[in-house]
Structure formats: C-alpha cells, structure tokens
Design a protein around this ligand. Structure first.
Ligand code: DQQ
Length: 573
C-alpha cells in the first residue's frame, strides 16, 4: 500500500495556507483573538513537567505512536495565538514520553480538502510499511468535514519530520447524502480484522444520538462504510474523538488494536461535545458483525465511567510495543479567561501520559502515570504512621510543593462514624460542592491540601469522604478548586467522582497527586478514580506553595505512609 501511496506523490509542495476565517466550530471561537501573539510568554503558571509547547494554544492529542525508537505526539495547535483557531498538527518527539523536542508542524491546511483546518485524527502503523495518519480535513466555512490520509515523506526517518497528503487519494472518505458532513470527524487508529480488511471508526451524530461510523478497507485507500455504526447511544449528542481498543482480561499488559478473542474485552470511549466530557464503556466486540455491545455493568451514556472526572478531554490511546502497554493522552484545557490566555501567551497542556489496563474486577479501567515520570523525582520526604484527629493539618515540608509528586496511603479503623448517604446524591460534583473539605464529616474528609498558601487563604484540596448507604459504603473523591485562587472571577469547579472499592476487609485508601504550578492531577485508589484540575493560585506560587495532609472527620485517620518528591523540570523545547 505504502508504495502505491508513495508513487502517487510526485512532488511535495509545502503550501502553507493557514486559515483564519472564523470556521463554525464546536470549540468556542474568538476570531479577534485567534492571531494575537504576545511578545513574551508568562512563566507564572507554566508547568514544569506536563507537556506544553513553547507558546500558543493546544488542544487534542493526535496520532500518538511509537516508531523506530521514538515516541511521537501530535496535537491540535494554533501557531499564531493562545486561543483556538488556525489549527495545524503540532509535532513533538521524545525518547521517554517525558522530555520532548518540538519539531515543525506535521500537517497544516494546504489542500482543497483541508483548506479550513487539519483536525483530529490518529496514526496506524502498517506492518512492514510504516505509519499512516488519518485526520479530518475541513473543506468549507460551514465546517463540512472529510477524512484524509497523510504519509511520511521518508518512512525511514525516525523523526517523521515531513508528511505528504497524496492528491490522487484524498479525501479518502466523504459523508454520503444520508449523513451530516459537519458532524463527521476524528478517525481512530485502524485495526486489521481476521478477514484481512482494515477497520476504523469516525465520530458522528444523528438527531440527538452520538455514534461511531465503521469503515472497512482492503488496501487502506478505498474505504466503505458498514451498514450500521459500530455503536450509538441516544441523547449523547456528537461523539468526538472516539477511541476503540482491546484490553486484556489477564494482567496489565496492553494490546495491539487488532487483538480479538476470548482473553480480551473492548473499550469504547467517546468525547461528548455537548458538555465536553468523556465517558467509556467496557464490552464485547463481535467482529463478524462489526458490532460492539457494552457490558451491563457499564452505563452507556451521561452517567458512564470516565477516565478522569476533571478537566480531561479528546483523549487518545496508543499501543506501545516497546513496553507492551497501552497509553492514554488527554488534553487539559485552561479554566482561566480567554483574555488571560492571550496575556499568558499560551493555553492548554496535555495530562501526564497514563498506562491503562482493565481492573481485575472487569468493571472498570485503571490508569497510572507512565513509569518514566519517576525519573524526574528529586528530593524525597516521608511521613509514616502519623495519626490525624479531626481538624489536624500536617505540613509536608522540605520539597518544592509547587512542582511535586505525592503518594499517600490513609487508613482508619472503623466505618461506624460514616455519614448516611442520601440516595438523591447521584451527582458527585454536586455532593463535593455541598460537602467540601471544610465541612466536617464522620469518616473524612481526609486527604491533601495542594498548592496551599501558608495561611490557607488559597488551596486545592484533594480528598475522600465515606458515606454509609443501605447495603454498602459510598466513597466520594473530590478535587475542589473553589478555594484554589483569590481571583474570584475564575471558573473553579468542584470536580468529583465515586470510587469503586470494597472497604470491608481493607480499611485504607491511596492517593497520588502530581502537582505542577497550575495543574493538580490525582489518582485515587490505584488509578480507579482520577481527577485533573487546572488552578491559578495568586499566593501559593513557586516557593510560596505548601503541601498539607489533613483530616476533617470524627474518625481518626492514620497516614500509614506518605512519600513526596520535588519534581525536576522536563525538557520541552
Ligand atoms: N477538536 C478538534 C476536532 C475534535 C475536537 C478540532 C475535540 O477534530 O472533534 O480542533 O476537541
């Protein structure tokens, strides 16, 4: 296939037509700010080790892959300003997923089929041939979308610096008359069926149902739509950035996208444009019918499981054959104002890449920061066997609290004091807003106060609170940004999720928080419930930031073990 494609490309002409025309888009658009560039970039809230380019706006991670010893991350990028617009595929490369080198953008509008934008897509490595990118091209001002293909100009270059879009082949897929071409985007990584045909999904919408169209191809060039979408769900609205992959029923190893059989389950993740959060289901992929059926333990809709209950969107996974793992990237948008972003000269970060696997219970996924992150750990402090009574706040001293990694295990000897759970509390965020870290409880709230000022005028608490329901305990995990900054105008949500852990025989909970100036990325109960918050402290900045462990519940808590590290900065130029 690759040779066919390569032959089709006679000359690769770099025609950079970067559009700035106010494309009708689902991202909030600010045409007057799209090409405003500030002379310098504000360092105040820039991250030390989360991925971000040198300046300007980024959103979705695109086409992550491992190729010839190099990790590639592409991302939706505005080369001209700090708000969404002028979208190209930024490109960075790394040997370890943590330290990055920024290259020239890989794809930018240059053809009639992507004149108004090179939107999200994925990479597939064709065995024995090399990578192919499938992405969405925007063809007109009404945001009509087609799917396009790009190949490396030189597949033997591990950095894949130049990409070509063969004219004779593109666009490879267009919406047919029964479909709405303005809600038709974000092709997945393709997988190879047992029948030798490739398959890929494209996100879409019909009436108010979200859906993922399935296309098949023998040669990766001519794609035919299957009669039925692989899956759809009522009232979920447009499915952006679908992701579909197998997970092993036995252990943590990741799997190549084409793996099927009795030893795997499948995961379908969708990013819901209506609220800009994601949900996933775990289920069975019937390859002979090309249908996906979620398990009845996975809610298929708004109340579904989420990779992250905070600021995390348009995520995409890839299989890393060098370490047999599947890794998820997700975009964390800013939650300050557009004007602030323009002043800062940058907006958007990527969450730390996370290894993902199926929990042994089979009902949910677990995620954990890639092990390479630990290479940035510097000075370490530890606390062991420390009792915390109600109202105790113990400072974790001796590390750089604005740029840190903390792991803590907290235990309790009884659940008798747990507050009654009201069954009407179905929404975790509302419950967190009602029962914040200052509201005294029975068992909990207990956890960490991150990015805290010395006198606690500002802080971002990450904590658990345990309730007693009729036949079980309900565990709430919160990352509450309401007290994170004395700037009252910011968007400061009380992010929260429930944690599926049986406390009966094991009365402890663990928490890991990656603190990085304007981000607190937390993993509860070994990566079962995860929450990323963006916060903009005014006082708790740099060396003025502090870290505390606290308990505000009647039941005494024991800090069994707390380890905290100062984190070194990653190289990202
Ligand atoms: N962002 C891209 C789209 C995608 C959306 C455009 C999700 O392709 O649907 O920047 O954030």
């Amino acid at each position: 296939m690759m040779s066919t494609l390569t032959n089709c490309v006679t000359v690769f002409i770099v025609v950079c037509v970067i559009c700035n025309n106010g494309v009708e888009a689902f991202h909030r658009i600010y045409p007057h700010l799209q090409s405003v560039s500030t002379p310098s970039v504000s360092k105040l809230h820039r991250t030390g080790y989360h991925f971000q380019p040198i300046r300007n706006w980024i959103n979705d991670p695109n086409g992550p892959m491992y190729y010839k010893g190099v990790y590639h991350l592409f991302y939706q990028y505005n080369p001209k300003g700090a708000v969404w617009g002028n979208i190209v595929w930024g490109h960075s490369v790394s040997k370890d997923l943590i330290n990055w080198k920024q290259l020239q953008p890989a794809l930018y509008p240059s053809k009639p089929f992507d004149k108004y934008g090179c939107w999200s897509g994925s990479a597939t490595i064709l065995p024995g041939q090399g990578p192919v990118i499938l992405y969405t091209g925007v063809v007109d001002k009404r945001s009509n979308e087609v799917q396009c293909l790009a190949i490396p100009a030189n597949a033997s270059d591990p950095f894949l610096t130049k990409w070509v879009k063969p004219d004779r082949l593109n666009p490879i897929v267009i919406a047919d008359h029964s479909m709405n071409g303005s809600v038709f985007r974000d092709p997945t990584t393709a997988w190879l069926g047992k029948d030798g045909h490739w398959r890929m999904l494209i996100g879409g919408k019909k009436k108010d149902s979200g859906l993922a169209y399935l296309y098949r191809s023998k040669d990766f060039v001519k794609w035919i739509r299957a009669k039925h979408p692989i899956h759809s769900a009522k009232t979920t609205g447009m499915w952006e950035c679908p992701d579909f992959y197998p997970v092993s029923l036995n252990g943590k190893n990741g799997l190549d996208a084409s793996m099927t059989g009795n030893s795997v389950k499948h995961v379908l993740k969708n990013s819901l444009d209506m609220t800009r959060y994601e949900y996933y289901t775990i289920g069975t992929y019937l390859q002979n019918k090309d249908k996906y059926i979620p398990d009845n333990t996975s809610e298929d809709g708004w109340g579904g499981l989420r990779y992250d209950y905070g600021n995390f969107y348009a995520s995409k996974s890839f299989f890393d054959p060098s370490k047999n793992r599947r890794i998820i990237w997700g975009w964390a948008n800013e939650s300050d104002s557009k004007e602030d972003d323009v002043k800062k000269g940058w907006a958007g970060i990527q969450a730390i890449p996370r290894t993902v696997w199926l929990d042994s219970g089979g009902r949910q996924l677990r995620q954990w920061p890639v092990e390479e992150l630990n290479t940035l750990r510097g000075k370490k402090v530890e606390i062991g066997n420390q009792k915390l009574k109600k109202g105790d706040y113990v400072e974790v001293k001796g590390i750089t609290a604005a740029q840190a990694d903390v792991e803590v295990t907290l235990s309790f000897s009884s659940l008798d004091k747990a507050e009654e759970f009201d069954p009407r509390w179905v929404n975790a965020e509302d419950l967190c807003a009602l029962k914040g870290s200052n509201v005294q409880g029975g068992v909990g709230p207990f956890g960490l106060l991150t990015l805290a000022s010395q006198k606690l005028e500002e802080y971002t608490p990450v904590f658990f609170r345990i309730f007693k329901a009729s036949n079980k305990h309900v565990i709430l995990m919160c990352s509450d940004a309401r007290s994170s900054s004395s700037n009252i105008e910011l968007y400061k949500p009380s992010f929260a999720g429930f944690v599926d852990v049986d406390l009966a025989n094991n009365m402890k909970l663990s928490l890991r928080s990656l603190i990085d100036h304007s981000v607190v990325e937390s993993f509860g109960a070994g990566g079962k419930t995860n929450i990323l918050s963006r916060v903009y402290p005014k006082l708790a900045v740099k060396e003025k930031a502090h870290l505390f462990v606290f308990n505000n519940g009647n039941e005494q808590i024991t800090v069994e073990n707390l380890k905290a590290w100062s984190m070194k900065s990653a190289r990202r130029n």
